[in-house]
Design a protein around this ligand. Structure first.
Ligand code: NAP
Length: 289
């Protein structure tokens, strides 16, 4: 058996194309162009690259760019004020604070100040609570990307045994909640899990979000399982995932590559979330969406 490769680049391109069509329709039909405010504090080079990528993707989809740039010396109050201004601006549909913020600022408190109906990263406590309770709200982008890949691949989730390795607020916990909402039987593993190999080997669907290069080997994977690798690890020889692709691909049913798997989905789902935010705001204001 050799695994089907789940092509995240192709799926992300589909999602982005769909968002661009919807943005155009919304603009023409309602005269309302969705807008995204990316807030970048300081000069962290990796954050600069990430924010530039998000802004470029927005522009390509026809979403208006309301980027805000603050100096590294900005105070907690300065950043909070910028967030409040974006919350209050009706032309801004989504607000994203690029993390990490410089030392001395409280990133969690600032994130919590984003209006829930504009929280396109889905990381505020209100969004996290809505996800767990299954009420309307914005969900985190990378977990949504994982769900989209599973959907496009046609993976059956109802009753399936799904194992998520990693319990971060950003990926592990929210993806587990999304899978539970689809009636999967979900197990979450972490650094204290006893017999990681044995637990993973039960999975029909195995999701690795760990940050340890090639942690998941052939013996962690049941023959025919669907394997989603969220990990992005930078090694001297290039990028690699949390899954040992060469060892696992020969007997998995399907697998995402790194790069080109989950990675491209995150920005695609950010764009889709910006549209979801427009609808959510319409619902809250009692307008037709
Ligand atoms: P994180 O916050 O560092 O969380 C890592 C999780 O893995 C923790 O829950 C940790 O357990 C667990 N873990 C660490 N070592 C382990 C081990 N040996 N066995 C079992 N579990 C172990 O990381 P994250 O933010 O979730 O990111 C995970 C990976 O995904 C990273 O490579 C990151 O770069 C990547 N990522 C990719 C995207 C994308 O767009 N594709 C987006 C976000 C993240 P404890 O809780 O017990 O410490």
């Amino acid at each position: 058996m050799s695994a089907t490769i789940i092509d995240g680049k192709a799926v992300a391109a589909e999602v982005r194309g769909g968002v661009a069509r919807e943005v155009l329709e919304l603009t023409e039909r309602q005269g309302r162009t969705p807008g995204l405010a990316t807030i970048l504090v300081g000069e962290d080079p990796a954050s600069e690259v990430y924010v530039a990528g998000k802004r470029r993707a927005c522009a390509e989809a026809g979403i208006a760019d309301h980027h805000r740039r603050l100096a590294a010396e900005a105070s907690q109050e300065d950043v909070a004020r910028a967030i409040e201004e974006c919350n209050a601006n009706p032309e801004i549909s989504g607000v994203l604070l690029q993390l990490p913020v410089p030392a001395g600022l409280d990133g969690a408190a600032l994130t919590a100040a984003i209006a829930p109906e504009k929280d396109v990263d889905g990381l505020t406590p209100i969004s996290a609570g809505a996800l767990v309770q299954g009420t309307p709200g914005l969900r985190p982008c990378t977990p949504l990307g994982v769900m989209e890949l599973l959907h496009v691949h046609g993976t059956a989730l109802e009753g399936a045994e799904v194992v998520v390795v990693g319990r971060s607020e950003l990926v592990g916990k929210p993806v587990a909640a999304l899978l539970l909402a689809r009636n999967a039987t979900v197990t979450i593993c972490h650094s204290r899990t006893v017999d990681l190999e044995g637990v993973c080997a039960r999975a029909d669907v195995l999701i690795a979000a760990v940050g340890v290069p090639r942690l998941i080997g052939a013996r962690h994977v049941k023959p025919g399982a669907v394997v989603i690798d969220v990990g992005i690890n930078r090694l001297p020889e290039g990028l690699c995932g949390d899954v040992d692709f060469a060892a696992v691909a020969p007997h998995a049913g399907a697998i995402t590559p790194v790069p080109g798997g989950v990675g491209p989905m995150t920005i695609a789902m950010l764009l889709r979330n910006t549209l979801t935010a427009v609808r959510l705001q319409g619902q809250l204001a009692g307008q037709p969406s």
